[in-house]
Write a protein that binds this ligand. Structure first.
Ligand code: KIV
Length: 304
């Protein structure tokens, strides 16, 4: 009897979880896919309640959450903590953990080991990694381990220095064609989806048409199969200058600052806490406490 080698089964999806196969069907139906980043349990819950299909625990956390000026310093341990928190908060959306710089570049083995950590230790449904070329074997190896991989090309912030800074990619015919080839190669390597960041809209449209897997755009125009925005950018929580492709849907930062300033003023003016924020105790217990305290203080004085 010959035993056919089998691919390991992917991590079992939790009940109520959006099936990953639904994403390609959404693309086929031309139903836009909604992805947003989140970095903690409340964020995961709110994104789920708002109907997001995918939540990315982006390594943008290095900047938005941890105060670094690039995504490069994000570590596996930090990303695991954040991913674990998001998966506790979100039920339906697929949670994609972003593989931080240094966690997949060295070898296929290390990439698989770290991808497995995201699934086993943090409950991620999938991982994302930046790049094509030498990263194609990583995509294949992680996929062979049963873990869905999302690709990411165009502006790849982990290699922004090599790209000459945080700027749009694929703006010459030659570079656009290279992106097109990378996208096809990532699909062939087994990606379930592909993020296109800061790519001219006509190029993103051609790539989206050429692939059967959905493209998720950020600064890549309307013709991508879905869109992603960073939580802090979308909600007005990030103090830095927003990129051209950011749309702010709220100024939550201003709401938070105003609320904190009102709280600080209330504390300083002794307006907070009010009666309704404090706990009462039965009158007889209070009287007994006062009597016992006087006795107690008397004894302490006598001992001095
Ligand atoms: O880290 C991140 O948030 C990302 C998105 C910008 C796609 O990679």
């Amino acid at each position: 009897m010959s035993i056919r080698p089998q691919k390991p089964a992917p991590a079992t999806p939790a009940p109520g979880k959006l099936p990953i196969t639904e994403l390609a069907e959404m693309k086929a139906r031309r139903q836009p896919i909604v992805m947003v980043t989140a970095y903690d349990a409340p964020g995961g819950r709110l994104a789920d309640e708002a109907g997001a299909d995918l939540i990315l625990v982006g390594d943008s956390a290095a900047m938005t959450m941890l105060g670094h000026d690039s995504t490069v310093p994000a570590t596996m341990e930090e990303m695991l903590v954040l991913t674990r928190a998001v998966t506790r908060g979100a039920s339906r959306p697929l949670v994609v953990a972003d593989m931080p710089f240094g966690s997949f570049q060295v070898s296929d083995e290390e990439a698989v080991r770290n991808a497995i950590r995201f699934v086993k230790e943090a409950g991620a449904d999938a991982v994302k990694l930046e790049g094509a070329g030498a990263m194609l074997t990583r995509v294949r190896a992680i996929g062979d381990a049963g873990i869905p991989v999302q690709g990411h090309i165009g502006l790849t912030p982990q290699s922004a220095t090599m790209l000459g800074g945080f700027k749009a990619q694929g703006r010459s015919a030659e570079k656009a064609l290279a992106l097109y080839d990378d996208a096809r190669a990532l699909e062939a390597a087994g990606c379930f989806s592909l993020v296109l960041e800061a790519v001219p809209a006509p190029v993103a449209r051609r790539i989206s048409e050429a692939l059967t897997i959905p493209t998720i755009g950020i600064g890549a125009g309307l013709d991508c199969d879905g869109q992603v925005l960073v939580w802090h950018d979308l909600l007005g929580l990030y103090a830095g200058r927003p990129a051209r492709f950011v749309k702010r849907y709220a100024e939550v930062g201003e709401i938070i600052t105003a609320a904190l300033a009102e709280y600080a003023a209330d504390v300083r003016e002794r307006r907070f806490p009010e009666e309704r924020h404090t706990y009462a105790m039965p009158d007889d217990e209070l009287a007994e406490f006062e009597a016992k305290l006087s006795e107690h203080q008397e004894q302490r004085r006598a001992r001095r």
